[in-house]
Each structure stands twice: as C-alpha cells, then as structure tokens.
Design a protein around this ligand. Structure first.
Ligand SMILES: Cc1cc2nc3c(=O)[nH]c(=O)nc-3n(C[C@H](O)[C@H](O)[C@H](O)COP(=O)(O)O)c2cc1C
Length: 322
C-alpha cells in the first residue's frame, strides 16, 4: 500500500478530515474520467479531487482549449467545464470510496445556484465524499459572472449552500481578489457563513499568443482563459491575507504555481493546511506527488531537522528585518 510509505511528518487535519499527505491535485487537470481518478487513487496524491461537475454532461469549449508555455511555466485554459455530469461522479465516488482510504473531494460548479443546490443535496444525501469544494470562481462560462465576485448576493448564496450540510464539510474555491479591501470583505462573509474551508486561488484571467503570427494559444474567447502555473506570488498573497483575517478559524488549501518542495513550504508558512497542484500535475503526471514528498523531506532535513510535523511551518511569515 502506498499510504504506508508516507512519512508521518505530513499528517494534517482539514475541516475534520485526516490527510496522511496534504499535497494533492487541483480540480481540473487529469481528474475528469474514472480512469484519471483511479490513477490519482493509485498515485501518492494525498486526496482525489474531481473535475468540477455540472448538472448535465458537458462537452466543453472548442479545441485547442489548453496551452502550456514551457519557457514561462504557465498554462492557459478555457475548458468550458467539460465533465461527465454530477450523477456519473456520484457513481464514481461510490466505487472509489470502496477501494481507497484517501479523502475524496468532489468539486461542484453548477451553471446557476439552483444547479449547485441540487448537486450538493445529492452528494450530501449519499454521504460518501470526504469534502465538497464548491467552485464559485469558474471563469470560463460565457456571459456569467463568478458568484464569488457578487459580494452583495454572496452571503445569501453561501447561506443556501451551507444550509444543505449533513455530514460532509463544505468549502469554497475562490477566485483571485486583486483588492485587499475586497478580500477582507469576502473573508468576513465566509466567516459569517461558517464555511468549513477555502481553496484559493482559481486561475487568473489572461492570454498567451505567438509573437510571430499573433495566433492566440487557445481558441475559445479570442484566446482569453484562466492562467495557472506562474501565479505563485499572487496565490500565496491570497493565502496569507485570508489566514490573517481568519486567525485560524477556517482552514485554507493553497493552490497556484506549485512545482517543488520549497513552494509547498511557502504555502504552509503563509498559512495553508494543504496544497493542490494544477499545471505542474497536468504537465508531468502523477509522479509529481512522489517527487514532492521527497523534496519536502529533504528541505526539512537540511534546514529544520528538529521539525516533527509540516505544521511546524504553518503561519510563520516573519519580518525581513528580523
Ligand atoms: C486544464 C485546467 C482545468 C481546470 N479546471 C478547473 C475546474 O474544473 N474547477 C476548478 O475549481 N479549477 C479548475 N482549474 C484551476 C485549477 O484548479 C487551479 O486553481 C489553477 O490552475 C491554479 O493552479 P496551478 O497554478 O497549479 O495550475 C483548472 C486548471 C486547468 C489548468
């Protein structure tokens, strides 16, 4: 069993759920089909996160809808929520949960609140997923504002979501908030709604193009899509700000730009309790989790051999003058 090979240094609890390894995949890359989810179960990923699901099957946007710029280490995607539809994931979760003891995190991104509530109710009634991650930040639906930017209606949306909680803790996948004051307001709203965790951040809106012929790297939306990869400082800043506002009350899963063990440590120092990998996993496959396990331990052994838990790093940003 792979889980026996995981060093106890990594054990954390997020929203009441135990993770033997707090490094796992982000919703989206390589987690749509049952085979991909099975591969995650077989890998050293600390959890299995599903592609965000909608009420019905979605083919998604026209191809190419994902690009990777190797020199800049960033991806652009406008997948358009291609997924199997939530009922398929309900069945997959049932099968997966009988073969793995890893936490299973179902990502949900209904096309509207009514869809979200139907899907959440279904997974809560089934009771087999470990966590539900409600994606209120999907940037790829034409003409639709991300719910997490609608601050006037966000409290009501969250109240409707959290009212459906039975046994499965629920968290929110957030977009990038460029304004510190806006982020603070969101933090207060999330606290008041008593969400169980947050994941930050979703991809940042952007564009890549070929300077020779001007062709955009992806087809949908004139090339505009969600960027992942080289966004680490931006996502790290979101984690640190939310962590300061929450003061430990709501656990944070950090996501954005992680490629090596040092990046993982950065996120824990900023206040994360766990981290997710999108672009790096998409480009390099399930072996990245094994690599990160080793890199974090090597880093600890070199710099802080006295640390017995990855949580020794948590919330330890210090002043450069110190
Ligand atoms: C191809 C692709 C598809 C994605 N689809 C989703 C999705 O369905 N739901 C979601 O919450 N985030 C989705 N994301 C965003 C990632 O989960 C992640 O937040 C973002 O890529 C930043 O992480 P990274 O820098 O490690 O890539 C997707 C990202 C990529 C690259």
């Amino acid at each position: 069993m792979l889980s026996t090979a995981i060093n106890p240094f990594f054990k954390v609890v997020i929203a009441g759920v135990e993770f033997s390894f707090p490094i796992f995949n982000a919703s989206g890359p390589l987690c749509t089909s049952e085979e991909e989810l099975h591969n995650l179960a077989e890998s050293k990923s600390g959890a299995i996160v599903t592609k965000s699901c909608t009420l019905n099957y979605r083919q998604g946007n026209a191809l190419p809808r994902y690009s990777y710029n190797e020199n800049g280490f960033f991806s652009v995607n406008s997948t358009g929520l291609a997924n199997l539809g939530w009922l398929e994931y309900l069945d997959i979760v049932e099968r997966l949960s009988s073969t793995t003891d890893k936490p299973i995190i179902v990502s949900i991104a209904g096309m509207n609140m009514a869809d979200n509530l139907t899907i959440i109710r279904g997974f809560q009634e089934q009771g087999l997923a470990s966590l539900l991650e409600i994606n209120l930040s999907c940037p790829n639906i034409a003409g639709k504002m991300e719910v997490a930017f609608e601050l006037d209606t966000l409290p009501e949306s969250l109240e409707q979501i959290m009212a459906l909680k039975k046994t499965i803790p629920m968290g929110i996948k957030l977009p990038y908030y460029p304004s510190r004051l806006m982020l603070e307001r969101v933090a207060r709203i999330l606290e008041a709604a008593q969400v169980d965790f947050i994941s930050t951040t979703n991809s940042l809106t952007g564009l890549d193009l070929n300077p020779i012929d001007g062709k955009s790297s992806i087809k949908p939306n004139n090339g505009i899509g969600g960027c992942g990869g080289n966004i680490l400082p931006f996502a790290l800043g979101q984690v640190a700000q939310f962590s300061q506002h929450f003061g430990g009350k709501i656990p944070i899963i950090g996501v954005g730009g992680i490629r090596n063990g040092e990046d993982v440590i950065r996120y824990f120092r900023a206040g994360a309790s766990g981290v997710q990998l999108g672009t790096h996993f998409m480009e390099n496959g399930p072996g990245v989790f094994e690599d990160l396990h080793q890199q974090v331990l090597d880093f600890r052994d070199l710099h802080h051999p006295q640390y017995k838990s990855i949580l020794n790093y948590q919330n330890t940003i210090s002043d450069p003058a110190e």
